[in-house]
Design a protein. Structure first.
Length: 119
């Protein structure tokens, strides 16, 4: 009975993390390389993730956040920036300026996303 309790306790300390198959394969290959050396203990997913979490910097966090920016996020941020510099605009006026291309130069100069130049 004691063995069952310790197994249950041990299993309660772990959970699943959803990652893409490619990410799991990449990490597994990386860990296989790391664990080729037999003079140390086995490096696990948990050890690897914990290591990188300890090493993450503010710059790393900013970079990660930028990887998730969409035009929906960027529009909100750019509108706030526009209104801070130029004054409040109605939703209709903002959409009009967007659709007519009147904000192209402003967006190109201030967007965190890559802006394609006109063809």
């Amino acid at each position: 009975m004691k063995n069952t309790e310790s197994t249950q306790k041990k299993n309660n300390n772990y959970t699943s993390i959803r990652v893409k198959d490619k990410t799991k394969d990449d990490v597994t290959k990386f860990l296989e390389t790391v664990n080729k050396n037999d003079d140390c203990g086995k490096v696990t997913f948990d050890t690897l993730i914990g290591h990188f979490l300890e090493k993450v910097t503010k710059e790393d966090i900013a970079s990660l956040r930028l990887k998730t920016v969409t035009w929906s996020h960027e529009e909100k941020r750019l509108r706030k920036l526009w209104e801070k510099k130029k004054g409040k605009v109605s939703d209709n006026k903002w959409k009009e300026m967007l659709f007519l291309g009147q904000l192209g130069e402003f967006i190109s100069a201030n967007s965190r996303l890559k802006v394609a130049t006109g063809a």
